[in-house]
Ligand binder design. Structure first.
Ligand code: RRO
Length: 319
């Protein structure tokens, strides 16, 4: 919980009660967005997230063809974070379109997360998605740390630029977010490549490549051997990535990685994030976190006399 009550009360009268975020020509009622990979594979679960107070939702990543994903075990809870090795299970875009069509009238933006193993696949998907009325924006996943064929894209500036350009050309005006991996020596090189390719926004970050070993058997715990670490353990890494990108580039950045409390959200916004995405927190505490954090955020705004999130966005950069 946020401990802000000792902070000086400046003026409650200034506060207008709104947490809304306007970016990419979209209106998010609040900055708390369901991240890709959590409850994002069916229309009812995406609706439930919005009904529970999410300011927007990102679907599970889908590809052109259906994929089973990796065998169990696929997830380990380490307490300070989760390591997952789901392996991109999804029904494929054509089947998923039926779910997306059920989401007409959703009261928050729907962001479709996609991946592709080639630019030809990506162009085909882009053309299909350009027809979908319920999709507000597309998040290109080039950063799943443990699926060969995807993780390599996000580490190469040339591939990132080229993939983003291909997607933009096939999409017909829908905004494109590019989700970045922290597993590179310089995230700015990749962020710049995405911008050069025509990205409208960036999501920083995907999970961090990791593993867990069972000391009884001496074997890796996850069937996929490697997985992606998420949750509180990676928050400072994600925050650093957002800060670095915002300092260098003029593009909206969605913060993602270990957001669990209102204090975390404020940190990301002060680092310059336009909004945040939350995954592990939902897995650990359920959908109630959206309303709980919104309430805490409003308290913070009220106690500090801020009228909008815009007043705290990027504060950490002020010299
Ligand atoms: O499905 C997964 O295993 C997965 C994906 Br697509 C991703 O982008 N990040 C992650 O940690 N897991």
């Amino acid at each position: 919980m946020l401990k802000i009550y000792s902070l000086k009360l400046m003026s409650i009268r200034q506060y207008n009660g709104s947490l809304e975020v306007k970016t990419l020509n979209l209106r998010f009622p609040n900055p708390l967005i369901l991240a890709a990979g959590i409850l994002g594979l069916t229309a009812p679960s995406l609706k439930r997230a919005v009904d529970s107070g999410a300011g927007g939702v990102v679907t599970k990543s889908v590809g052109l063809k259906p994929r089973e994903g990796f065998p169990n075990p696929t997830i380990v809870d380490l307490g300070f974070g989760l390591v997952n090795s789901m392996g991109l299970p999804n029904p494929g875009l054509q089947a998923f379109v039926e779910e997306l069509e059920e989401l007409e009238g959703l009261e928050a933006p729907l962001i479709l997360s996609i991946y592709a193993f080639s630019e030809e696949e990506l162009a085909t998907m882009g053309r299909m998605i350009s027809e979908l009325k319920t999709v507000s924006a597309v998040e290109l996943n080039v950063s799943c740390p443990h699926v060969g064929g995807v993780s390599e894209i996000g580490k190469s500036p040339e591939l990132v630029k080229s993939y983003v350009k291909t997607l933009k050309e096939s999409l017909n005006d829908k905004p494109v977010l590019v989700k970045l991996t922290p597993d590179v020596s310089d995230i700015l090189l990749i962020a710049k490549a995405a911008v050069d390719g025509g990205a409208d926004a960036l999501t920083a970050i995907n999970t961090v490549k990791s593993m867990v070993i069972d000391v009884e058997t001496g074997r890796p715990v996850l069937a996929g051997v490697f997985g992606g670490l998420s949750g509180p353990a990676i928050k400072p890494i994600a925050l650093r990535c957002v800060y670095e990108i915002v300092e260098a580039l003029d593009i909206p950045v969605f913060g993602c990685g270990g957001v669990e409390t209102a204090r975390d959200v404020i940190e990301f916004i002060m680092a310059g994030a336009v909004a945040v995405q939350m995954g592990s927190a939902i897995a650990r505490r359920g959908l109630r976190v959206f309303r709980e954090i919104s309430t805490e955020l409003k308290k913070f705004m009220e106690f500090r006399g801020f009228k909008s999130l815009g007043e705290i966005r990027g504060l950490a950069h002020k010299k």
